[in-house]
Design a protein around this ligand. Structure first.
Ligand SMILES: C[S@@+](CC[C@H](N)C(=O)[O-])C[C@H]1O[C@@H](n2cnc3c(N)ncnc32)[C@H](O)[C@@H]1O
Length: 399
């Protein structure tokens, strides 16, 4: 059984869910009443990113211990420290340029950048002086608050406000799975799109003619034919995002960490219901129409679509592995040993580190996340250190 973000799937009924956000529901409903049923991607965009009432607009501790799910950077600082080691190698392979830009999409609370910088200091890496960090978030306010957090921690010189294209690395952890998706349904040999309507006081799903040819074209380009009755999610926003990365960074590497599969696996008939998941209070379920504005919505990443969109912008795939193997290849076990041996480490600190690491290495939790590296305008070189261990081994889709 596949476990996503270490959460057991449960029905909304089995979980005490928060109420939907009333004003947000009214806003979405008004849009439907004004202009007719909306795509699921539009519903997801409003539910997550409405500037005042959206899930990500109202609190910034979503992916933390006190929030609704726990991401790797929020689990323990050792994650950022190990990512920093991979960045150091990428910087060296790029000829140690100064400045070296770190562009983080979906930076959340900014904790990953902070831990990367602290880790570089702890490792004595000269990259720390060259690094210029720029978060890319849904709002300017969010990005500014991340920059303030770094400055408060003594890394003000590493914060970059107006990033010109140059040399550096694009970083994104659990960002792609948060982009809005369209939902499609194969019925009697025809592809339909699932729209969201409003009837009798509820949001309802309405299969209709697709809003865009691009949906069928994406599946056709990937050689995917859905089974009759199969539902699937498609992220059309990937192309715009890939274009954005190419504008913001001239040359360098990219490190993506997320859960996803190549199209053939993602759209296999065994995943007949798709991969849309809702997360609230450390629980997962599959109903997007409850707890609106109070729960996260995600869908597994189509790795084939990501690779294709990036290739069109000159990004070449240079590595792919599981998170557990990535961390081990970059020496996380030795790091654990040296932190344990350090007299400054208290028993409580060591235990927190060890339990965080167990989550990151456990294939039923974060360990099975996919880590992907891409390069653009960088010389073809040796296999990156984080990818020198085991290559990605597919797990059979069993859900
Ligand atoms: C699941 S959270 C991950 C946060 C952080 N990377 C972590 O691992 O803890 C997804 C993040 O992506 C951001 N996000 C979603 N769509 C975005 C977009 N189009 N541009 C920039 N950030 C976006 C959200 O605001 C949110 O902070």
């Amino acid at each position: 059984m596949e476990i996503v973000r270490e959460l057991r799937l449960s029905t909304p009924e089995a979980t005490v869910l928060p109420e939907s956000d009333g004003p947000l529901v009214a806003t979405i409903r008004a849009e439907i009443e004004d202009s007719g049923p909306i795509t699921f991607a539009r519903f997801m965009e409003l539910a997550l990113y409405h500037p005042e009432r959206g899930y990500y607009a109202t609190r910034d501790d979503r992916g933390s211990r006190t929030g609704d799910f726990l991401t790797a950077p929020e689990t323990h600082p050792i994650f950022g420290r190990v990512v920093g080691r991979q960045l150091h190698e990428m910087w060296e392979l790029s000829g140690r340029p100064t400045p070296y830009r770190l562009l983080e999409y979906g930076a959340g609370s900014g904790v990953l950048a902070l831990d990367v910088l602290r880790g570089l200091v702890a490792d004595g890496s000269e990259l720390q002086k060259a690094l210029r960090y720029r978060p890319v978030e849904v709002s300017v306010e969010r990005s500014e608050s991340i920059q303030r957090r770094l400055a408060d921690d003594g890394f003000g010189a590493n914060v970059e406000r107006d990033g010109a294209a140059g040399s550096g690395c694009v970083l994104a952890n659990e960002f792609l799975d948060a982009l809005p998706v369209h939902r499609v349904l194969e019925r009697e040999g025809r592809l339909q799109e699932v729209f969201v309507g409003w009837r009798d006081g509820h949001f309802v799903e309405l299969p209709e003619t697709p809003s865009s040819q691009a949906l069928a074209e994406r599946l056709a380009a990937e050689g995917v034919r859905l089974a009759d009755g199969q539902t699937a999610e498609i992220c059309l926003g990937l192309d715009a995002w890939a274009a954005d990365t190419a504008v913001r960074l001239e040359r360098g590497f990219m490190l993506l960490i997320d859960y996803g599969y190549p199209a053939a696996e993602l759209y296999a008939p065994t995943r007949g219901g798709g991969t849309l998941r809702a997360y609230t209070r450390q629980r997962a379920h599959a109903d997007p129409f409850v707890a609106i504005g109070r729960q996260d919505l995600t869908a597994h990443v189509d790795v084939t679509a990501v690779t294709t969109a990036l290739a069109a912008r000159g990004w070449r795939a240079v590595g792919e592995t599981r998170l557990a193997d990535f961390l081990v290849a970059l020496g996380v076990e030795d790091l654990l040993g040296s932190i344990r041996a350090d007299p400054a480490t208290s028993p409580a600190e060591y235990l927190a580190l060890r339990s965080g690491l167990v989550r990151m290495l456990d294939p039923r939790a974060l360990g099975n996340f996919r880590v992907m590296a891409f390069g653009r305008g960088v010389p073809e070189g040796p296999v990156l250190r984080g990818f020198a261990g085991r290559r990605w081994v597919s797990t059979s889709p069993t859900r």
